[in-house]
Design a protein around this ligand. Structure first.
Ligand code: NAD
Ligand code: USQ
Length: 397
């Protein structure tokens, strides 16, 4: 019998392919979701590129295709009784926690979206920590954090911790964080809460500070169209490279915000699966918080756009790059050197961004070009609204 693995946020872009990958590897997988993402999509009038069946249908399709079972529990992680009951029932060996509001722009729409994001993410994660403490203290929590927690400091980014020397003494702290959105802040709060739970209660946890993920499919999602993952390209839920590929296919200029020197860590969605697997296979000890910087390469946004432009040209697409006004408040040229050796030491073999991969993404996207809604490519969520917009925000409904 395989391990008992609980996957929180199992209907999402990363949660669903991770559930299939663990199930295929012989683990006993249970997925949890409250379908909040499907409600946010309806709220903003956006939809994933591929048609996504209900999670119930996806699980039935997975059984048909792979002859493996995935168990489903529908519920909200902010409901403590629900979280406690599943963790008590399953007593998982590993809990992989993807179940949060993942979009920086969504969290910056207005006060309601900021408080929703922080409450959903922080309360859900706290519920998981308390339920592990009280019902299954040996479970290993593998939590998806983000590289954006660190921000863009003018010194190297260490892998989780920083040792500070002061007046002849030294102490190791969680690396100081200067995140750039209310969403990224929610992940910082989560990291501190997890650190507390390991230090004070002796829980075991791994925080995966993941970079920006790109890619349309994984080994499992490509087995059957019903197993596709929820790939977004709109301004709010789409991430940079995924958006640029879709923009190329519909002939929309690539939306490089400002100068385009913003540097971030990126990784292939298949490497997300590999990294989560490595984290699960190497559980932290009781009382230990492991932190891995989970990305494989650094790029500026402009470099990514130029890579997509070049790949598009080979396929006969005329791709323009537009330096649009940056709706975010962020440095557009800055120092960035983030360490990321721990997952490599555990055996990660990165699948680096290649022209072939961009070609494959463009070709897959072209197959579904008729479903692309270009109107959602720009939604103009601004980090600092104009005074006029601020006045409108204050007007009572
Ligand atoms: P996603 O929105 O596609 O998936 C998240 C899932 O969690 C959704 O299905 C949603 O319905 C569910 N969920 C949210 N709140 C919930 C709650 N209270 N109760 C139950 N279910 C809930 O997001 P994703 O892109 O798959 O990201 C997964 C995780 O990885 C997130 O924590 C995100 O912050 C992190 N991450 C993502 C990326 C990326 O580029 N996609 C990069 C770094 C980190
Ligand atoms: N950007 C553009 N043009 C676009 C979209 C983005 O120039 O059309 C720029 C952004 O300004 C930013 C960079 O590209 O500088 C990355 O933006 P993104 O939207 O791809 O990623 P981000 O908002 O940081 O969030 C995504 C995921 C989030 C995850 C994060 C990892 O949505 O869940 O936490 O990547 S990281 O960036 O390392 O924090």
């Amino acid at each position: 019998m395989g391990r008992r693995v609980l996957i929180l946020g199992g209907d999402g872009y990363l949660g669903w392919p991770t559930a299939m990958a663990f199930s295929r590897a012989g683990e006993r997988v249970t997925v949890v979701d409250n379908f909040a993402k499907r409600q946010w999509e309806a709220e903003l009038g956006v939809r994933p590129l591929f048609p996504i069946p209900t999670l119930h249908e996806r699980i039935r399709a997975w059984r048909e295709v792979s002859e493996n079972e995935i168990e489903l529990r529908v519920g909200d992680l902010t409901d403590y009784d629900f979280v406690e009951s599943i963790i008590d029932d399953i007593r998982p060996d590993t809990i992989v926690h993807f179940g949060e509001q993942p979009s920086a722009p969504y969290s910056m729409i207005d006060v309601r979206h900021a408080t929703y994001t922080q409450a959903n993410n922080v309360v859900g994660n706290l519920n998981v920590l308390f339920a592990i403490r009280d019902r299954s203290p040996d479970s290993h929590l593998v939590k998806l954090g983000t590289m954006g927690e660190y921000g863009t400091p003018d010194v190297d980014i260490e892998e989780g911790y920083l040792t500070v020397q002061q007046d002849g003494r030294s102490h190791t702290f969680l690396y100081p964080k200067t995140p750039g959105s209310m969403y990224h802040l929610s992940k910082v709060h989560d990291s501190h809460n997890i650190h507390f739970a390991t230090r004070i209660w002796g829980l075991r946890a791994t925080d995966l500070n993941q970079g920006v993920v790109y890619g349309v499919e994984t080994d499992e999602s490509s087995l059957d169209p019903r197993l596709a993952t929820s790939f977004h390209y709109d301004e709010v839920f789409g991430t940079a490279l995924n958006r640029f590929c879709v923009q190329s296919v519909v002939g929309h200029p690539l939306t490089v915000y400002g100068k385009g020197g913003q540097t971030r860590g990126y990784l292939n969605i298949r490497d997300t699966m590999a990294c989560v697997r490595l984290a699960a296979d190497h559980p932290a000890d009781p009382g230990e918080l492991r932190v891995y910087n989970q990305f494989t390469e650094q790029f500026t946004v402009l470099e990514l756009a130029e890579r997509v432009q070049a790949a598009g040209a080979v396929m006969g697409l005329r791709v323009e790059i537009a330096h649009t006004r940056n709706p975010r408040k962020e440095l557009e040229t800055h120092y960035y050197n983030a360490k990321h050796t721990k997952l490599l030491e555990l055996g990660l073999t990165p699948r680096l961004l290649s022209d072939e991969l961009i070609d494959t993404m463009l070709a897959r996207i072209q197959e579904h070009a008729a479903r692309i809604d270009s109107a959602t490519l720009i939604q103009d969520v601004r980090w600092v609204p104009s005074p006029q917009a601020r006045a409108t925000e204050r007007t009572p409904a």
